[in-house]
Design a protein around this ligand. Structure first.
Ligand SMILES: Cc1ncc(COP(=O)(O)O)c(C=O)c1O
Length: 436
């Protein structure tokens, strides 16, 4: 038996894949087959928000498995109905509906289907942004502005229009302050909506905050986007696959702006079960749900709303609340952001630090602060960062990178001293690697 030779792995060169086998986990740590223990600074794929092997979730899965493993969508299932109710309550989408999927990509694809159904125009466009990630199935790749996959799919064939990402550090419109950057990006997007010929634009799909591509939009961007889309009767879909469930210090990142941030649809996955089982969801507002209420839905996935996954989701939602993890993420995220800013003051290789609203932060490494030249052309990973990740692993800390970015997103249960130790390790490794 060899994982190395028998399994085709995602997002890598097969011949270079050489990772240890993980055999157990607990809280913010996991352990490999040789007994090496690692502090998980990325929640594996920014999904294990509740930590590894959360006992209440395991217990809920076991109890559901003992009672009933599977029910199709043509019959009711107790955990499916219960989880839908909790999601509608937590998001305040009273009167709306929840469509369950298997993960984030299919949640985004379905959100777009529902938006087009709601506006009655199957050929209407969808606007997404450059430097975004919405999944790796074909339509989700077309929705994503991801340099790694852009050659595989034609966005135009999926009716997708792209706008620049609100990336303040490298603003496409040349602005250096957050409000101007947000204003210009929203004005540009509004222009794209206004000049799109009939049947026009059905929806705008965006990550609200945390995302794989490491962009954190200026805070003013989301409410401005909401206002501009609402004025044009274009539906706003919030991709909360990564930013939801406490990652940005709220249940859902759009809630930072209260009602001024409320989207028409939102998509969920990852933290929904804390990755204990696969599950995604599209939450539809009452108004959108009403438009599809009497239409035949020609879509479905065999395992959508699987009772075991929904039981895990239900236990996960309870655990976030019982352990006050949303508030904890907000509090620790602010501390993390302060510590990373201090790190930036000590290391010229750090060009920018983003985040701060929860346990999500991005460190952008540059060759030169004045010119902001990335340490390697996007999306390549610079050798310094590869070395940093290797040395960190050797001392039992697992960091995630994307291109020249370090993405920090530990489980929300991480102990404060472990978080501080990880930042101290980054400090030491950056010193070693840049002063060598
Ligand atoms: C913002 C966002 N949307 C969608 C996805 C796709 O989710 P999945 O891998 O479950 O299909 C991801 C995954 O990283 C994501 O970060």
């Amino acid at each position: 038996m060899s994982e190395r030779t028998d399994v085709l792995h995602s997002w890598c060169v097969q011949a270079e894949w050489d990772a240890p086998t993980i055999v157990s986990g607990e809280g913010a740590f996991f352990t490999d087959e040789n007994g090496h223990r690692y502090l998980d600074m990325s929640s594996l794929a920014e999904c294990m928000n509740l930590g590894h092997q959360h006992p209440a979730i395991i217990q809920a899965i076991q109890a559901q498995a003992a009672q009933l493993c599977f029910v199709t969508n043509s019959w009711g299932a107790i955990p499916r109905a219960a989880l839908a109710r909790r999601l509608l309550e937590k998001s305040g989408f009273e009167g709306g509906r929840v469509y369950f999927t298997l993960g984030g990509a299919d949640a985004n694809e379905h959100a777009v289907k529902f938006a087009r159904l709601a506006c009655g125009q199957s050929a209407a466009k969808v606007i997404t942004r450059e430097r975004s990630y919405h999944g790796a199935s074909y339509a989700a790749m077309a929705l994503s502005g991801d340099a790694r996959t852009e050659g595989q799919v034609d966005p135009a064939a999926f009716g997708v229009l792209r706008v620049p990402a609100p990336y303040l550090y490298r603003c496409a419109f040349g602005s250096t302050d957050a409000i101007t950057c947000a204003t210009r990006h929203v004005a540009h997007l509004a222009e794209v909506i206004d000049r799109t010929p009939p049947p026009g634009v059905a929806a705008v799909l965006m990550e609200v905050d945390a995302g794989t591509n490491g962009i954190v939009a200026p805070r003013a961007y989301w409410p401005m986007l909401r206002e501009a889309t609402a004025r044009r009767r274009v539906l706003l879909i919030a991709d909360e696959v990564m930013s939801g469930f406490g990652r940005c210090g709220e249940w859902f990142a759009w809630q930072r702006d209260g009602e001024a941030g409320r989207p028409d649809l939102m998509t969920l996955a990852k933290g929904l079960t804390g990755a204990h089982l696969p599950l995604g969801a599209v939450v539809l507002s009452q108004a959108v749900a009403a438009t599809v209420e009497h239409q035949q839905l020609f879509t479905g996935l065999t395992y959508a709303g699987h009772p075991l996954s929904c039981a895990a989701g239900l236990a996960a939602v309870q655990a976030y609340a019982d352990e006050a993890l949303i508030e904890r993420s907000r509090h620790l995220g602010a501390e993390l952001y302060r510590a990373l800013q201090a790190l930036k003051n000590r290391h010229a290789v750090i060009g920018d630090v983003r985040g701060g609203d929860g346990l999500f932060a991005v460190i952008e490494l540059v060759a030169d602060r004045a010119s902001k030249t990335p340490l390697a052309p996007w999306p390549q990973t610079p050798p310094l960062l590869r070395e940093l990740v290797m040395r960190a692993k050797d001392v039992g800390v697992s960091f995630a990178t994307r291109g020249h970015l370090i993405i920090i997103a530990p489980p929300l249960v991480i102990a404060e001293h472990d978080l501080s130790a990880a930042v101290a390790l980054l400090d030491r490794l950056l010193s070693e690697l840049t002063h060598a």
